[in-house]
Design a protein around this ligand. Structure first.
Ligand SMILES: Nc1ncnc2c1ncn2[C@@H]1O[C@H](COP(=O)(O)OP(=O)(O)OP(=O)(O)O)[C@@H](O)[C@H]1O
Ligand SMILES: [Mg+2]
Length: 334
């Protein structure tokens, strides 16, 4: 097949003046694009690089492709940015891999996702969403279960999650939320901190979707309040170990398995996703968030997971690709 590859390179994104140093964190490097391109070529397809933003729009109107392998994060800090490329592809009636705009837009909004998850009976940490300084100043923190994590509501790649995101009291939470509102220009989520195992789960396929693996992320230095911050993700080779399959008790693993599939279904994800959990000391998994557009570069958690399970990168790409082909032309997989 002639496959279009849509993506957003860090170097293609023009930044405004005062942006945080992790502003480009989610975007990809040329190495990742080549890695995915050669995996697609390795399974017999020809690949046309479409790029992102305006370049993508110009290219998709000119190139004749059978399907688009989309890893584009979208532009701006809009909560529906991941839906930009799939929306254009739907308008042009071009098939693409991965979830649809509605799913992508919901999942990037962490609070909205949590509301749906709670309704489905899946545990997620207690939270508050703050949209302005005015709202923050009127808020009482009495009874909120500290410690808490403060994070931007519409981000990925741990953007905005630094060591000072972990707060222990009212004074710290107010200071951190105020700073984050200004730095990231979007609502801020304050979430009960679950001090326990950091878990990420890969789900692949549609009918039915299957758990690829459950991976535990372990800090190298003994750290009883581990946070998988942007700094840790950048220096993962030195700071963490990945364990997959995760050594957890059977009961906890069963819960993680069934919650993951339920979350994937409730949000109507397609083809693949990665779901993050923290497991409390009593073995209860709490869902933090779902990534229907998880990274597929060599440093990405899903790729590390697949490698630990003995898959080649090419096999991972092939299985996501064939999941998309199998469901096509169905718009929404039910
Ligand atoms: N409620 C919480 N309890 C404990 N740790 C948390 C909590 N919320 C976030 N964290 C820590 O912060 C990290 C980043 O949070 P989260 O997964 O929500 O952000 P993200 O930027 O969407 O991540 P991704 O890179 O997976 O897209 C988590 O992996 C975890 O280590
Ligand atoms: Mg995450």
């Amino acid at each position: 097949m002639r496959v279009g590859l849509s993506y957003d390179l860090k170097e293609a994104v023009i930044l405004k003046d005062a942006v945080p140093d992790d502003a480009l964190e989610e975007y990809d490097s040329p190495t990742t694009i080549e890695y995915i391109k050669s995996a697609l070529e390795g399974i017999g397809h020809s690949v046309v690089k479409l790029g992102g933003g305006t370049e993508f729009i110009l290219n998709i109107l000119q190139e004749k492709v059978d399907i688009v392998f989309n890893i584009s994060e979208g532009r701006g800090n809009y909560r529906s940015r991941e839906a930009q490329v799939p929306s254009i592809l739907e308008m042009l009636d071009i098939p693409y891999i991965g979830s649809d705009p509605q799913c992508l837009a919901i999942c990037l909004d962490k609070a909205l996702t949590k509301k749906l998850i709670v309704q489905a009976g899946i545990p997620t940490p207690a939270w508050r969403m703050i949209t302005s300084l005015k709202e923050l100043s009127a808020m009482s923190w009495q009874g909120f279960p500290f410690p808490a994590i403060v994070k931007p509501a519409y981000e990925g790649s741990s953007k905005g999650v630094h060591h000072n995101s972990l707060v222990d009291n009212q004074k710290q939470v107010i200071e951190t939320v105020a700073e984050m509102l200004e730095t990231y220009s979007q609502p801020v989520l304050v979430e009960q901190f679950i001090d326990g195992d950091e878990i990420t789960v890969g789900v692949i396929g549609n009918s039915p979707p299957k758990v690829l693996g459950i991976m535990r992320i372990l800090p190298r230095k003994n750290n009883n309040r581990f946070v998988y911050t942007v700094e840790v993700k950048r220096d993962w080779k030195n700071l963490v170990d990945y364990e997959c399959p995760a050594h957890l008790n059977e009961k906890t693993k069963d819960k993680i398995n069934s919650y993951s599939l339920k979350v994937f279904g409730v949000l109507e994800c397609r083809d693949f996703s990665r779901i993050d959990f923290r497991v409390s000391a009593d073995g209860m998994p709490y869902m933090l968030e779902i990534n229907p557009l998880p990274g597929l570069g060599d440093y990405s958690d899903l790729v590390i997971m697949a490698t630990k399970l003995g898959w080649k990168h090419e096999e991972l790409i092939a299985s996501v690709f064939s999941a998309a082909l199998e469901r096509h032309p169905l718009c929404v997989q039910r």
